[in-house]
Design a protein around this ligand. Structure first.
Ligand code: UTP
Length: 228
């Protein structure tokens, strides 16, 4: 199948541990033996640190976003370095180039694209564009909750839901200041628009990505026909 995997920078490059990045590279190489695989890499803490510094120096939010995008691409380059010949050698900077690069048979790795969104949205648009069968969002929480679990002790993990339910939850969470959303609202809307099957999983263990591709996970399934 055609697979798009969004890997949060917080899970891939936390502490810049080469061993950790190597493990993700191995997991992805195993995936790519069976599937056409696209990887979208997030910015993580390093992006946030650079954005905070730039903001303090007077950069506006678009300038900060551009710095964030640069950092996602640096993270993508680390993953490409760990994957050797199995990855297309540079992070792609447009959806068209990404689709063309996949024709080489190599894993396509990219970071962010344009200001005003996150790599969640990139992965959702890419998944729609390339006609992916499955979008896996590997992040630092283990699924989508009824509310932000950091703010609401009654928040419960949802094992399966429709894209419309996802949109409702994401919009609600984003309205409370300082909260974390499992997926950005634009990504949720794109998933609703194209109805692509999406699984949100705890990506801190790279093997979870392979398990999810095989249909086994403890996260949240987002599907127009939940339960499947
Ligand atoms: P991330 O996708 O990592 O965002 O992009 P995030 O939600 O802050 O981090 P995770 O999900 O916890 O890893 C890092 C930053 O890069 C900019 C945004 O400023 C974003 O916060 N960015 C990224 C864009 O402006 N456009 C993009 O397409 C991607």
């Amino acid at each position: 199948m055609i697979l798009v995997v969004s890997i949060g920078g917080s899970v891939l490059t936390s502490n810049l541990d080469p061993e950790r990045i190597r493990k993700y590279a191995s997991s992805i190489q195993a995936l790519a033996e069976e599937h056409t695989t696209y990887i979208v890499v997030g910015g993580g803490r390093i992006a946030r640190d650079y954005i905070t510094a730039a903001r303090d120096l007077g950069a506006n939010e678009v300038e900060c976003d551009i710095i964030g995008i640069d950092m996602t691409r640096i993270n993508a380059k680390l993953l490409i370095a760990a994957m050797g010949n199995s990855a297309y050698p540079v992070p792609l900077t447009s959806y068209q180039d990404a689709r063309n690069a996949a024709l080489t048979g190599r894993v396509v790795v990219m970071g962010g694209l344009i200001p005003g969104q996150t790599t969640d949205a990139v992965s959702a648009v890419l998944a729609e564009y390339v006609g992916a069968d499955l979008l896996i969002n590997a992040t630092s929480v283990d699924g989508v909750y009824t509310a932000d679990p950091n703010l609401d002790s009654k928040a419960e993990k949802i094992s399966s839901m429709t894209p419309s339910q996802l949109v409702d939850i994401v919009i609600k969470i984003n309205m409370s200041a300082g909260s974390n959303s499992p997926l950005d609202p634009l990504a949720a809307k794109i998933i609703q628009r194209c109805g692509i099957k999406t699984i949100v999983i705890d990506g801190r263990e790279p093997g979870n990505i392979n398990e999810a591709a095989a249909g086994r996970h403890n996260g949240t399934l987002i599907s127009v026909s939940p339960g499947r």
